[in-house]
Design a binder for this molecule. Structure first.
Ligand code: FNR
Length: 384
């Protein structure tokens, strides 16, 4: 089971499942409630067919584009994910380095386990920071200042998380706060000592970007989670987006937008792009697959803004479909986390190599020699 030998994302997922204690794997793999949106995200891509052109010269394929104002070797970015160190000790830095090596933009989560300054000092690839508007606006303003100082190229404001989604796999395994591990979960941890022993130090759960707020409070990681949980603000509105756009004054995408109306409102409020996302099926179960919203969103915002689509991208061909429907780029969450869990930086590298090859091969077979030439006619909704 070496990640270098895996031939697709599905194979890396199986490797990750073997390497991780089951509750940790389920935390990556799972979604909210009945996991309908989680499943739909993937099957929606299968409902589109690729319609090739022939007899175009495809001896050289141009894939370069711009995402968050940064050059990108092809239209893919790495979505922000929290608690990345839980999946491998190489954590965010390994993911960011692999992304930079592949010429792709990396997104760091507020809930990440690497300080944004440490990430920025350790590599100089294109990077965006995923931010929240917290109850304490001062904390959000502090992040804006830190990101500017550290040289982040853009911000992604996540707006689909006024409360945490109902992740039932985590409830079953007992991966909750406080933990209520079942015997079965404890056995799984015991059977994965290479994961479990280092976890005893607590570093795997260190929310490094916000932990300084906790130092003042007595207590360990639990009070940290409580603090963060308590910071989610359900009263956030478009006025806060306007405030953030002024404060940051740079590339800003609103992450979690699903409708053309909200996409238009995002741009009117000062954002430079939107990320169509249902948080990988982890928040509102029943939300449509992001790929099905691309056309309407692109029509609403016109040609200028970034329209980035995430959720269920598991093949390079999925990205071709999204772009044909009007997306600027796709982003991926679980695929690189599976790679990371399977083999650290080499595992992430493997995922990105596979997806890159798939993307280029798909374009070649579809008779498209330039990403800019991917058109609506190249994709068709299945009839049956
Ligand atoms: C996420 N996602 C996420 N999004 C966000 O804005 N902030 C965050 O901290 C996280 N954390 C997170 C953890 C894990 C384990 C996963 C799987 C996802 C959502 C992420 O950015 C992205 O929207 C989805 O992962 C895309 O769907 P796929 O590619 O996982 O199907």
């Amino acid at each position: 089971g070496r990640p270098e030998r895996a031939n697709n994302v599905a194979a890396l997922r199986l490797l990750a499942r073997r390497r991780l204690p089951r509750p940790i794997f389920d935390y990556i793999d799972g979604g909210a409630d009945d996991e309908r949106s989680l499943r739909r995200n993937e099957t929606a891509f299968a409902d589109y067919e690729l319609v090739p052109d022939v007899l175009n010269d495809v001896s050289a394929i141009r894939t370069g584009t711009t995402v968050f104002g940064q050059p990108s070797r092809w239209p893919l970015m790495l979505a922000p994910t929290g608690l990345t160190r839980m999946f491998h000790d190489h954590a965010e830095l390994a993911v960011a380095r692999a992304a930079a090596r592949h010429g792709l933009v990396y997104g760091l989560s507020t809930m990440g386990t690497t300080r944004l300054e440490d990430l920025a000092h350790a590599f100089d690839g294109p990077k965006v920071f995923q931010i929240y508007i917290f109850k304490d606006r001062g904390l959000t303003a502090e992040f804006v200042a830190r990101c500017r100082e550290a040289g982040f190229h853009g911000l992604a404001l996540t707006v689909d998380t006024p409360v945490a989604g109902n992740r039932e796999r985590d409830r079953v395994s007992g991966l909750s706060l406080p933990p209520r591990l079942t015997w079965r979960s404890m056995l799984s941890f015991a059977l994965h000592p290479s994961w479990s022993l280092p976890a005893l130090t607590g570093k795997k759960f260190d929310l490094a970007n916000v932990s300084h707020k906790i130092d003042a409070l007595a207590g360990g990681p639990m009070s940290l989670f409580d603090y963060i949980g308590g910071q989610f603000d359900r009263s956030v509105t478009w006025r806060d987006v306007e405030w953030l756009a002024r404060e940051w004054n740079g590339p800003l995408a609103i992450k979690g937008v699903m409708t053309p109306e909200d996409a238009r409102r995002s741009i009117a409020s000062g954002a430079t792009g939107v990320m169509i996302s249902n948080h990988g099926g982890r928040q509102l179960d029943g939300a449509p697959a992001p790929v099905d919203q691309i056309e309407a969103v692109r029509e609403a915002v016109g040609g200028g803004p970034d329209v980035i689509c995430d959720g269920g991208v598991r093949r390079g061909s999925d990205a071709v479909k999204a772009i044909a429907l009007g997306a600027t780029a796709c982003s991926i969450g679980r695929p690189y986390l599976y790679g990371l869990a399977a083999g650290g930086e080499a595992g992430v590298d493997r995922v990105l190599t596979l997806l890159t090859e798939e993307f280029e091969r798909t374009l070649t077979l579809a008779g498209i020699n330039d990403v800019a030439a991917i058109a609506r006619r190249h994709v068709r909704r299945r009839f049956n």
